[in-house]
Design a protein around this ligand. Structure first.
Ligand code: R5P
Length: 290
């Protein structure tokens, strides 16, 4: 096995290679003046499993093409197997046809990766696990929530209330609760399929004067966390924190979240940025070593 360092996740790839004590293959990449991507493997993968580490956070289309080109290059250069480690899997939220005339985008992305030569995919906290069953190769999601909860436990926030901003994320809050040892609950969120506007229903939760941590898979515009934090405030919660696997933090998302009184936003290096305080390297290395 060799770790191929995708340009979007070089540091994470290096950490995984260090933990596993295996050779890495750097990738030269550039963008031509017209915007096209170019990649070149700077090492051999002949008769080896090539593990490409490449997240597909924005600019997602460019990063997906880079991943596909690297997979194709690995196969052309004799890799016996191509495993794509894609911490943030772009297009996973369009996992079905919601409105007539749409497509299930993630199914197309999976077919594209298959065509490129991917034989296996490992991702992190994919939005809906069931979508992986439709992939034309072995695909697995691993969860970073325990690692995020551990970060807060180390900070002294044991027994904090773990909140899911919608019912679909309740399994995430339950996972965090196992580490934190407090309680958990969820809010009811609705998203308008045409405008993207969200509304979160206020409901009774036993959070008065308690520290609460909102856990979600993704923070994109921050709208979900902002709405959830406002409700926690109204319910009299004490300190509020926000955590996610994939801190996309589009535009002024973090600023808007902090303005609601949230103490800290914490994410993983699925999307490398200043809130990536938890590394996925041990989790992924462990999965690769199985
Ligand atoms: C959607 O259901 C996801 O789990 C997240 O809650 C959502 O993607 C977050 O997006 P935003 O930060 O734009 O509200």
């Amino acid at each position: 096995m060799k770790i191929v360092l995708g340009p979007a996740s070089t540091q994470l790839g290096e950490k995984i290679a260090d933990l596993l004590g295996i050779e890495r293959v750097p990738v030269t990449f550039k963008t031509f003046p017209d915007g096209e991507n170019y990649v070149r493997l700077e090492g051999t993968v002949q008769n080896k499993e090539a593990v490409i580490v490449q997240t597909t956070s924005p600019p997602q289309d460019s990063r997906l093409i880079q991943l596909a080109l690297i997979a194709d290059a690995a196969k052309r250069n004799g890799a016996s197997k191509v495993t794509a480690v894609v911490p943030y899997l772009a297009y996973a939220r369009q996992d079905k046809v919601f409105l007539q005339g749409e497509t299930a985008s993630i199914e197309f992305v999976a077919r594209m990766l298959k065509t490129a030569g991917v034989d296996r995919l490992i991702t992190v906290n994919v939005h809906q696990e069931r979508v992986l069953e439709k992939f034309p190769f072995s695909a697995k999601t691993v969860s970073s929530i325990s690692s995020l909860a551990e970060y807060f436990k180390q900070k002294g926030l044991e027994k904090a209330f773990a909140l899911a901003p919608d019912k679909g994320a309740m399994h995430i809050a339950e996972e965090a609760k196992k580490i934190l040892g407090g309680e958990c609950g969820y809010l009811e969120k609705q998203r308008d399929r045409y405008t993207g506007q969200i509304s979160v229903e206020k409901k009774t939760l036993d959070v008065k004067r308690k520290t609460a941590i909102i856990f979600d898979d993704i923070i994109s515009t921050g709208g979900t966390i902002v709405a959830a934090a406002k409700i926690l405030k109204e319910l009299g919660a004490g300190k509020i924190y926000a955590a996610c696997a994939h801190p996309l933090l589009i535009g002024d998302a973090e600023k808007r979240i902090l303005e609601t009184g949230v103490e800290e936003v914490v994410g993983t290096d699925s999307v490398p940025c200043h809130v990536s305080k938890v590394s996925l390297a041990p989790l992924i290395a462990n999965e690769l070593a199985r």
